[in-house]
Design a protein around this ligand. Structure first.
Ligand code: BG6
Length: 465
């Protein structure tokens, strides 16, 4: 029996993108500015109050206008699901309007209808680094409790509108990145992101996420809604007990976010951390009741693993998208220095399942690389095929361990703008897009070698891996 036989028949194969990295049309049909629209060079660049020129994301790959062509290509690969986000600013341009923007709502009607035409299930993230800039300027982002109500309003509007079209939802993308990218994840300027402010904002997101879960269950009883965590385990750099405990501590910086959303309460280790760090949060009795609305499944991104040590001498760093950590000497890395560790995915799946016993969904995984088309204009991306195959082998291993895996959506299934660096030359797709860092390009789409390979993976339900 090959490992492929072990993927369940209804396994949700597909791809993943996010509105701000793919759509473009950043001011069209009434859309307002979001936090992503004012970062010229990705999340580590300057944060402006308004754009001072044209950035790649403003037009991105023009999915807003070209989605029928792209969805036809996804359908050709046999996608069973497409993960994307609803740009909050298309629906509520400043975030606090009383009435939603009908033109924005209509765009997602058309998009979801197009997916369903091919039997592709939309998997929709409510908030993927796309907070309305209006909420940042007027309310201080997620540090302000009032934003909870505004997010709940947005969630209820989209559940009401798309309830018959969308049966899989996610609340906050990589919610644990609040600790590492407070502006992109929470609309909080880095110089204001003290631990007190950041954890209060995180608490507000937890309550908002739980209210979205409650609303989703009320409005679309046959839907499932999950949390979304940036995955990647922490390995102790050595067997020294101090390193093992340091790895546990670092792992818990991520697990904390799933613990609250899956178990519905704050774990003891974080309450202790708050006490000992003089972090005093405003958490009401009502909030604690709300948190009991826990998620149906856990989704996560997986790109790499990390190492932890207490030894200050052993601190050579390896980069990640938002986090960086101590380098693992046993692993190779991508062109952007991200460690490559397929077995870490098996480890992560087992860690999550042992801890929560809830269905898991890998909603991001892939290789960002520089793709150069050959003389025939084709990208021969065998390196991407190898990367994804090696990770899928480990997914099959986890399924053999009894882990419930709902699906796998490869990140950036079509080339899009990078989140961390704001570039186009860092490509993840099965489909090449002629669009470049200097804003040039025809936007033409071309199938890469990996396109036909992934199509075969899906057609055989994973047997060919
Ligand atoms: C995740 C994000 O952190 O990683 C995506 O959810 C992002 O938005 C992806 O694009 C890959 O990171 P990058 O920086 O290579 O685009």
């Amino acid at each position: 029996k090959t490992s492929g036989d072990l993927f369940p028949p209804d396994f949700l194969w597909g791809g993943a993108v996010a509105a701000n990295q793919i759509e473009g049309a950043y001011l069209e049909d009434g859309k307002g500015l979001s936090v992503s629209d004012v970062l010229s060079d990705g999340i580590f660049g300057q944060i402006l109050d308004k754009p001072d020129g044209e950035y790649l994301k403003h037009q991105a790959i023009d999915f807003y206008h070209r989605y029928p062509e792209d969805i036809a290509l996804f359908a050709e690969m046999g996608f069973r699901t497409l993960r994307t986000s609803i740009a909050w600013t298309r629906i509520f341009p400043n975030g606090d309007e009383a009435i939603p923007n009908e033109a924005g709502l209509e765009f997602y009607d058309r998009l979801f209808d197009e997916l369903l035409k091919y039997g592709i299930q939309p998997l929709v993230t409510l908030s993927h680094y796309e907070m309305p800039l209006g909420l940042v300027h007027k309310y201080g982002g997620w540090s302000n409790r009032e934003v909870i109500t505004l997010f709940e309003r947005f969630s209820r509007v989209v559940f009401d509108r798309y309830g018959d079209k969308v049966k899989y939802w996610l609340t906050f993308n990589e919610i644990n990145m609040m600790l590492h990218g407070p502006f992109i994840a929470g609309g909080i300027y880095p110089d204001q992101a003290t631990e007190q402010v950041t954890y209060q904002a995180i608490h507000h997101q937890f309550v908002a996420s739980a209210l979205a879960v409650k609303a989703c269950h009320e409005i679309i009883p046959d839907a499932q809604i999950g949390c979304m965590i940036a995955g990647g385990p922490m390995y102790p750099l050595t067997p020294k007990p101090e390193d093992v405990l340091e790895a546990m501590r670092k792992d818990r910086e991520n697990f904390f976010f799933a613990d609250v959303q899956v178990k519905g309460k704050y774990p003891g280790y974080i309450l202790r951390y708050f006490r000992e760090s003089n972090i005093d949060l405003d958490i009401t009795e009502e909030d604690l009741k709300t948190l009991k609305h826990t998620v149906d499944f856990i989704s996560f991104s997986y790109y790499m693993s990390y190492c932890a040590t207490t030894d200050p001498e052993l601190n050579e760093q390896s980069r990640g998208n938002i986090m960086s950590a101590v380098k693992n000497p046993y692993l190779s890395a991508s062109e952007w220095g991200w460690s490559i560790d397929p077995k870490g995915l098996l480890y992560t799946l087992n860690q999550f399942y042992d801890r929560y016993e809830k269905p898991l969904f890998i909603v991001e995984n892939g290789l960002g690389a520089i793709d150069v088309p050959n003389e025939k204009g084709i990208v021969e991306d065998s390196y991407r095929i190898d990367y994804i195959r090696e990770h899928l082998v480990q997914v099959a291993e986890a399924i053999q361990d009894g882990v419930e895996v709902m699906g796998y959506t490869s990140w950036g299934c079509i080339d899009i703008v990078s989140n961390s660096t704001g570039e186009m030359r860092k490509r993840y797709g099965f489909i090449y897009v002629d669009r470049h860092d200097d804003l040039s390009g025809t936007f033409e789409r071309t199938r890469k070698k990996s396109f036909n390979w992934y199509k075969e993976v899906i057609a055989t339900n994973g047997k060919i891996i």
